[in-house]
Each structure stands twice: as structure tokens, then as C-alpha cells.
Design a protein around this ligand. Structure first.
Ligand code: SF4
Ligand code: SF4
Length: 122
């Protein structure tokens, strides 16, 4: 039996602060704008993150500032690893949607699937 395929509907629930999203040293090295994006307003230096467990809180109670009005991530190509590992339809996706009062994301039907999935473009 094949794994259900989900397509993100850009609800943005996962980035609106219902889930805690953290960024670490390597994330900020790749995307320096992260250093000024902590939801508490605290500005960080890269060196501040160069020890274990130190992080920038991108979303926690408040939405991530990189979430665009269209529901897309404005730093998609350099988003933190936490976000890279996040998949539409997974447990956290469904949890975030439930917290926002949204229905569960439904898997696409085999007849709706393209021969090759299009890339998610920011
Ligand atoms: S909660 Fe799920 S469906 Fe909504 S934007 Fe995030 S990944 Fe996409
Ligand atoms: S960096 Fe992008 S994907 Fe990650 S929480 Fe912010 S808006 Fe969402």
C-alpha cells in the first residue's frame, strides 16, 4: 500500500505560533536575517548561538515574521532545518491545524497526483 500524499494548502498554521519553531547557529549562518527575527524582539549575534541549546525563537505564541501574507515562507530556500523537516500532513501539521480550528489536511487521491510533484515555490 502506498503512503498517502499530502499537498500543503498554505494555511500557515505551522508558522503562526501554535507550534514552537526554533532556529540554531547553522540556520543563522545560512540565513543571517534570522538573528533579528526572535519573537521576543531580542536581537542576537551569531556568536550568541554558538553553544548548545542556544536558539532564536521564530514562532511561539506569535507568528514567524517570515510568513508572507500569501501563506508562503519568504525565506523558503534558506529556512531553518526545523522547517525543512516539517511535512504537510504530518503529526505537527495536523496538530497546528487543529489548534487553529482548521480541519485535518486530507491526502490527495491517486487520480489527483501529478506524474511528478511540482516544487513548493516561495
Ligand atoms: S500546517 Fe500543514 S497545510 Fe498548513 S501551511 Fe503548515 S504544512 Fe501546510
Ligand atoms: S521560517 Fe518560514 S517555514 Fe519556518 S516558521 Fe518561519 S515562515 Fe514558517
Amino acid at each position: 500500500m502506498s503512503t498517502p500524499a499530502y499537498e500543503c494548502d498554505l494555511c500557515g498554521a505551522c508558522c503562526r505560533g501554535t507550534l514552537i519553531v526554533e532556529a540554531y547557529y547553522l540556520d543563522a549562518l545560512r540565513e543571517p536575517r534570522i538573528l533579528e527575527a526572535d519573537v521576543t524582539g531580542r536581537k542576537r549575534a551569531l556568536d550568541d548561538l554558538d553553544y548548545e541549546w542556544s536558539c532564536v525563537l521564530l514562532a511561539a505564541g506569535l507568528p514567524c515574521r517570515f510568513l508572507g501574507d500569501d501563506g508562503r515562507c519568504t525565506i523558503y530556500s534558506t529556512r531553518p532545518n526545523t522547517c525543512v523537516g516539517f511535512e504537510a500532513g504530518d503529526e505537527q501539521c495536523q496538530e497546528a491545524r487543529a489548534k487553529m480550528g482548521l480541519p485535518p489536511l486530507q491526502p490527495r487521491q491517486p487520480s489527483e497526483l501529478p506524474a511528478q510533484a511540482p516544487p513548493f515555490v516561495s
